[in-house]
Design a protein around this ligand. Sequence first.
Ligand code: FE2
Length: 399
Amino acid sequence: MIDRMSCGMMPAKPHTVLRDADGNLLHEEMFTRSGFSGAFSYFYHRYPTTAAIDVSVSKRGHAVAQSSFAPEGLAPLKRRLYDSRKVHVGGMPFECRVPLLFNKDLAVYFACPSQTDDVYFANGDGDELWFVEKGSARLESSCGWLAVEAGDYVGIPKSMVHRWHIDPASGPMRMLCFEGHGGVSIPKEFRNPVGQLVMDAPYTHRDFVRPIGPIATLDTEPVGPNELVVKKGGAFTRLRLERCPMDVVGWEGFVYPWAFAIEKYQPKTGLIHLPPTIHGTFAGPGFLVCSFVPRVTDTHPHAIPCPYPHSSVDCDELILYVKGNFTSRRGVGPGAISLHPAGVAHGPHPGAYEGSIGSTRTDEIAVMIDTFAPLLPTTYAVSVEDPGYQDSWRTAPLS
Ligand SMILES: [Fe+2]
């Protein structure tokens, strides 16, 4: 939902007749959000979208969130560190993602896929916002082909039929996924009244990579699996379709997958340290995703560039460390995921605060999400947790 796109064939007016050269009627699909009041796209299919040979409960799909909460829940309330490098490597994106943390607004997954999806997938539980730490791929969807590279955020709208094509030359991918149950979008303060991105937004319309489509033509039959797996309410349904669903010959609208490279994010620097919200990138009900990218640090001659210790009493904070030397951390490298829960203070590791004085730049790249509802760890998260993280703030020896 960046701006309007249009490609391929469509009638001059919606909901009117469109035929191919042989006189066959094409089939419109309205893809709408918020009932019929939100953003939408029109798709023009060669065949009806409703034709399925059979529908059944799918035996495939990723772990169901509700059954995988860690029994300890939120207690004890402490800083936690998860090692995504221990996450299972291999499989297909639609089913190899592992659940790490959840709340009512959001699910956080990590995935290390090595194989192209052999079915199409549609996530009816929310928009997916991926961050690709490693690897490259092409995302095939009703909107066309989207090129994806390491360092990209990838937005996949709720219920969009798609599949990932992994680039075998890039090896297994490493990807963090936020599933936003109320959607994922550009913060409203980055838009002007007509919907353009404002000039002091951290990105421009040109920074977003769009799908190239349409995929289908009138001359050839669509090529791809005839199977669609749909996730809704944490459960998976398998639809065996009469045809491959990639039969869209034209589409128009605001709802489509997109990619945005984190290194295109334009950071802001102040005289003194600015709050984390200045790194806001994408948002949804109950959360804000922030991007930390290389930048000049604060310019006051006595500035302390490192983040101040803080008690953000209403937000849990999760960070994926991607690249560089993160100014506030010691002994935390790429692939680590920290969770600093609301309720207890957090801040720089011992030595980092005073060590940052006089620095003029930082080369860190990290993805952060602040959530208003507490994040509950799953049993999988506990299995990749570093038990010594809480104690890494101690200044006195362990007794
Ligand atoms: Fe923080």
